[in-house]
Design a protein. Sequence first.
Length: 288
Amino acid sequence: MFSYIVAGLALLLIYNPLTEYLTAGREPRPLPRTPRPQINESLLAIDSVNETAHLNCAPDAYSVHILSKAPLVVYIENFLSLDEREHLLEISEPLFEPSTITHDGDKTQRNTLVRDSEVALIPRTETVRCIEARAHSFQGWRSDLWIERLRTQRYGPSQHYAHHFDWGSGARGWGRASSFMVWVETDNIKGGGTEFPRLQLDGPDQRWCRWIECSHQKSASAEESSAKVKGEPITGVTFKAVPGNAVFWENFRPDGTGRGWQETWHAGLPVTKGTKVGLNIWSWGRLN
């Protein structure tokens, strides 16, 4: 457990953007609009308009619940259908390989103290392209925003992903603007929640306990319980791994300064029993 905490702290120091330091103590300024930087387009899910138009996708059947507005965090029920989940498992199985991390966006390395799982860069079948299109439309078909190639992640007992940000520096005005964490399979799982220790939830409202861990409420002190009854924010949210459901969040503030939300620091907690398969959907593009 100590090594897990150390790994999380190390990632915080590595990924905390330089812009947070440079703008400390003074009002940050919006970034100028700049051309798109060079990027490996093979890692983006790029289709022509004609290709997208010919997709035969089922109508969307999900429902949404807003957990937070700043940062924007939205819980999504039934983001994936059962057929889609089964398809993702089938195409991922032969492609799983040990997960790696990167400190500069280029070179990768294996470090199981930080990230211990298996990952598959999945092929863009029609079903996968329909999921990409759903993620894009969810965000209002924003211009200068692309869905990254989809990846599934598989976690077995004791495997985890330590606390981290999905974003690096937004100082150039471009970056990983948003994230979806989608649960594909949770076979007899215990543990394995997705924790946001800095995220605040207004309330208490027991209806959220279908999708987030609420066990801490049972052991809360009298003072904490009083605060929750009054509707004061509760700090720290752990999403349960519910197959087919998803959580979406924006990584950067909407003020055009390239500053990321510190509240999006999150972790895939260790699985203690069973197997969890998740789907990462990241969107890369202009931040201002």
